[in-house]
Ligand binder design. Structure first.
Ligand SMILES: Cc1cc2nc3c(=O)[nH]c(=O)nc-3n(C[C@H](O)[C@H](O)[C@H](O)COP(=O)(O)O)c2cc1C
Length: 168
């Protein structure tokens, strides 16, 4: 299972990265990070939120958009103003999801399943020939004035429970 699965994630503050690394330590999957060309400065919440609200795409660094050799993509994303982030919007536009099974993990401040958010990403992936198999969301702390990154211990049990119940 490890050879044909990859974790792909974006993370500004570090929460989604914590979840991604937890999945990697449980599975040994390859891991790829979506990175913006222009580093986002901490404290620029307004422009970050606006970018998400308007569905903007930001410039992202070159990476493996073909996903060749992988059948399963574990996609790590986060909610900004109820929407996907500009970096994730770019990735969704560039990546080839044809015949890929996609397992989505989401970090967010809210504790309710973000169904509309999941449906929007699912539609984009399915339009490109991928299939979203499952989505799970974990609640993180969020304080716009501080970079509070959730600890791996806080995410461990939710991530482990999700991964152990996945049937690839
Ligand atoms: C600009 C911005 C907007 C956010 N909007 C929401 C939101 O609408 N709903 C929510 O549940 N969390 C919201 N959050 C919290 C993030 O989803 C949460 O902190 C997430 O774990 C961040 O992921 P990261 O640490 O990988 O960057 C927002 C965070 C930022 C920075």
């Amino acid at each position: 299972m490890a050879q044909n699965s990859v974790i792909v994630y974006y993370s500004w503050v570090g929460n989604t990265e914590t979840a991604a690394k937890e999945i990697q330590s449980l599975t040994g999957f390859d891991i790829q990070k979506i990175e913006e060309k222009k580093a986002r400065k901490f404290g620029t919440m307004m422009s970050a939120a606006m970018g998400a609200v308007f569905g903007f795409k930001s410039g992202i660094k070159p990476m493996d958009f073909t996903l060749n050799g992988y059948d399963n993509v574990f996609l790590g994303v986060q909610v900004w103003a109820g929407k996907t982030t500009p970096a994730v919007n770019s990735y969704l536009a560039k990546a080839s999801f044809k015949d890929k099974k996609v397992w989505m993990f989401i970090t967010m401040a809210d504790d309710k399943t973000p169904q509309k958010f999941i449906d929007t990403i699912t539609a984009k992936i399915e339009k490109k020939g991928g299939k979203v198999m499952d989505a799970m969301a974990v609640t993180t702390k969020w304080d716009p004035k501080e970079n509070v990154v959730v600890s791996a211990d806080d995410l461990k049990s939710a991530v482990k429970n999700w991964i152990e119940n996945i049937k690839i």
